[in-house]
Design a protein around this ligand. Structure first.
Ligand SMILES: [Zn+2]
Ligand SMILES: [Zn+2]
Length: 356
C-alpha cells in the first residue's frame, strides 16, 4: 500500500440514534487491494440524510444501529491499495457513493443503479462520509480538474440525478421542460437541463429563494405556486400546447398531477421525487389518450464523468446553492439547520478536514 502520512485515528460524526450525532474518535480505515483511502474535504447534506436524521428510516431502509450519514462527497486520495492503477496519492476526486456488485444483470446492462446488491453510502447499514477519512473501491472515484472545488465535486451527486433524468427522458436542445420542485435536486436538475442545451426551462416552487436560485442556474420562467396557478401559465408559455417534458422532483402528489397535465400530447413525464405515500391518483385516460411516456428515476448510472465535465465547463453557478457551512464537529448543527430552515437553506455543506 502506498500512502501519505496518515494519522492513526480520526474524527467521525456518528448518528447514535435518530436526531443525535456524536463526534467519535475512530481508527482510520485501511484500504483493501482495490480500494483507496480518501481524505474527505466536503460533504453535502442531502434530503435523505435529513430524513434518516428525523425519522430513522426511508422505506425499507431502517436505522437499527449507529450510522454515519453523508454521501455527497469529494476529497483527496491519501492512500491506495496494492492493485490500484487509475489513481495516485494527492489526486483531487469526486466520489460516486454506490458501490455495485458488477456481476448482476443490472450491472452488466449498465443500469447499475438497479443493482440489488449495491452498497450505498449512508444507507443503513452502510456508513457514509461524515468522517475525516474513508475507504472506497477505486472505480467509484473520479479525478477532478484543479479549478473545480471540492464543493462542486460533491454536488456532482445530486447533479447526477438530473443527468440521469435528462438521459432517460431524452432531453434535446429544442425540448421545452417543466420542473416541479426546486429543492437541491430540482435546482441541480435545472443545471443538468442547461447542460443538455435546453433553452426553455419552466420551474415551480413555493419558496422565492429557491426560484431565485433556479433563475441563476438557467430557469427561464419561474412560477411561485403559493400564489400562482401553474397550469394556465405553462399553457400560455407554450402556445396552448403544453411542454414536451415534465419532471417532478419534490415527491409532492399535487405537483406530480400538475406535471402530468402540463404535458403536450406525446409528452414525457419523469418521476424523480419520492412521495411519502405509495398511491397517487393519476388520470389514466389522459396518459393513454395522449401517449404520455412515464419514466421512473432512481439515482443514476454512468453520470460521474459527464457531470464533472459539465461542472468544469464554468457554465453553471452551482456554488450559489451552498448557503450554510459547518465543520465536522458541528455535523449535528448542520443536520438541524437543513431540517429546520427549509425555506432559507439550499445546500448545507460539511467540511471534515477544515474549511478551505
Ligand atoms: Zn443526495
Ligand atoms: Zn450488480
Amino acid at each position: 500500500m502506498r500512502q501519505h502520512s496518515i494519522p492513526e485515528t480520526m474524527k467521525a460524526a456518528v448518528m447514535k440514534e435518530p436526531g443525535h450525532i456524536l463526534i467519535e474518535e475512530q481508527k482510520v480505515p485501511v484500504p483493501k487491494a482495490d480500494e483507496v483511502l480518501i481524505q474527505v474535504m466536503a460533504v453535502g447534506v442531502c434530503g435523505s440524510d435529513v430524513h434518516y436524521f428525523e425519522h430513522g428510516r426511508i422505506g425499507r431502509f431502517v436505522v437499527e444501529k449507529p450510522i454515519i450519514l453523508g454521501h455527497e462527497c469529494a476529497g483527496i486520495v491519501a492512500a491506495v491499495g496494492s492493485s490500484v492503477t487509475r489513481l495516485k496519492l494527492g489526486d483531487r476526486v469526486a466520489i460516486e457513493p454506490g458501490v455495485t456488485c458488477g456481476r448482476c444483470s443490472a450491472c452488466k446492462e449498465g443500469r447499475y443503479n438497479l443493482c440489488p446488491d449495491v452498497q450505498f453510502l449512508a444507507t443503513p447499514p452502510v456508513d457514509g462520509a461524515f468522517v475525516q477519512y474513508m475507504t472506497i473501491r477505486e472505480d467509484m472515484v473520479f479525478p477532478i480538474p484543479d479549478h473545480l472545488s471540492f464543493e462542486e465535486a460533491a454536488l456532482n451527486e445530486p447533479f447526477s440525478v438530473g443527468i440521469h433524468a435528462a438521459r432517460r427522458s431524452k432531453l434535446a436542445p429544442g425540448t421545452t421542460l417543466a420542473i416541479m420542485g426546486m429543492g437541491p435536486v430540482g435546482l441541480m436538475a435545472v443545471a443538468a437541463a442547461k447542460s443538455f442545451g435546453v433553452e426553455r426551462i419552466i420551474v415551480t416552487d413555493l419558496e422565492e429563494v429557491r426560484l431565485d436560485a433556479a433563475r441563476r442556474l438557467g430557469a427561464t420562467h419561474t412560477i411561485n405556486v403559493r400564489n400562482e396557478d401553474a397550469l394556465p401559465i405553462i399553457r400560455e408559455l407554450t402556445n396552448g400546447q403544453g411542454v414536451d417534458t415534465a419532471w417532478e422532483t419534490a415527491g409532492n402528489p399535487k405537483a406530480l398531477q400538475t406535471a402530468l397535465y402540463s404535458l403536450r400530447r406525446g409528452g414525457k413525464l419523469a418521476i424523480v421525487g419520492l412521495p411519502a405515500q405509495d398511491e397517487i391518483a393519476l388520470n389514466v385516460p389522459f396518459i393513454a389518450d395522449n401517449e404520455v411516456d412515464i419514466y421512473g428515476i432512481f439515482r443514476y448510472a454512468n453520470t460521474y464523468s459527464a457531470g464533472i465535465e459539465f461542472l468544469s465547463s464554468g457554465q453553471h453557478d452551482v456554488m450559489t446553492l451552498i448557503t450554510d457551512r459547518y465543520s465536522l464537529e458541528d455535523t449535528q448543527k448542520a443536520m438541524e439547520r437543513a431540517l429546520h430552515n427549509k425555506s432559507g437553506s439550499l445546500k448545507v455543506m460539511v467540511y471534515p478536514n477544515g474549511m478551505q
